[in-house]
Design a protein around this ligand. Sequence first.
Ligand code: IMP
Length: 427
Amino acid sequence: MPIQAVLGCQWGDEGKGKIVDLLASDADWVARFQGGANAGHTVFAGTERIILHLVPTGILHARVRCAIGNGVVLDPEALLEEIRYISGLGIELRDRLRVSAFAHLITPVEKAIETLSAQDLAIGTTRRGIGPAYAEKAARRGLRVEDLIDPRALRERLRAQWEEQARACGSGEEAFAAAAGAGFEAVASRLEEAGRALAPLVCDVTDLLLEEDDRGARILAEGAQGAWLDVDQGTYPFVTSSNTTAGGICTGLGIPPQRVKKIYGVVKAYVTRVGLGPFPTEFTGEHADRFRELAGEYGATTRRPRRCGWYDAVLARRACRVNGVDELIVTKLDVLGEEETIRLAARYESGGAARDGGWLGTRQLARAQPVYREFPGWRRPLRDCRAWSQLPAEARDYVQALARETGARLGRVSIGPGRDQVIAADA
Ligand code: IMP
């Protein structure tokens, strides 16, 4: 297996964690290349529900090694907490986890900036300091993991950043410390301690992965969030602050594009979105609430109710083209089992699109009128199906139409949370 990647093609929460967990059984390395602890990758191992935020999902396989690349924004305290959580599950991981020296840090400074700027409220962020961390990186003020493990550099750089941000926020050092949850000294010594604990894991992840690839290791890149949350390709400004699409693999791991040989695109059989921003196929009223309850659509990181809607092939098509998807994986098909009629947006009203310039911008999407295709529901549970032929004909028809409208090759369909509930499609 050369370098492969699993990418979300909607607004995140497509079920990538489960797919990475599945593919990881054939991998030597699983690497995260962007995002941070805003991600919530849920995996069911037996009856246990495990939610990972920063550590790659491959860690649940005892043989697999994991890397956090330079494109990730890393909250060292959150990472240590997650390491403790995973160890508590009886999973040994310290020897199997490597962290890039060049990943940028999220410290209480970035969290304070997010709170004080009210950016979290305007976008509906996960409040994990993601936006400010990428902003500090671009502004060349950010701290990196290499600073965390060098106490002198840590204090110097943190001090400069702290003073500048406290000044910039305009409400004084005390207000800044309150937003950060502690004063400078307390924050600095907490980070020093985290640096000591993480130092043995730190290396040049790019060098490591390139060498592993040279010697034929199987590397899987694990995307977080989804294409429509990409800072360049998504519904800006209602996006996360990283490149969630395929280009992010190269910059976030330091890997040249021609080494990435296969892209799995993951979509739900419907769509969800957390946070604000346009959503052309969104359910309204009683249907929205009933569907959310039935589907259990609450954020894995924030527990916020997710907005739900019909599958949008217009957006998925674009996401698959941007990502160069080789194989489409459709998740949560079972959730549609109670619907009498299932709808799928095949296109938007052309009158509107022409008036709007025809591109899929945020303002255009806010006005877009989807044109739906309708499919009869199958009205029965799918959880016990184990082969394509065992799926009801209506379910097969729907998912095949979904892939055709998306313009991608259908590979597998997931019909429940279990590791054995993924079916190879006979498309
Ligand atoms: P941030 O990534 O915390 O800055 O949040 C920016 C936007 O991305 C918000 O709408 C979040 O709800 C959304 N977002 C961030 N991470 C995820 C995720 O893992 N799943 C779904 N939405 C996410």
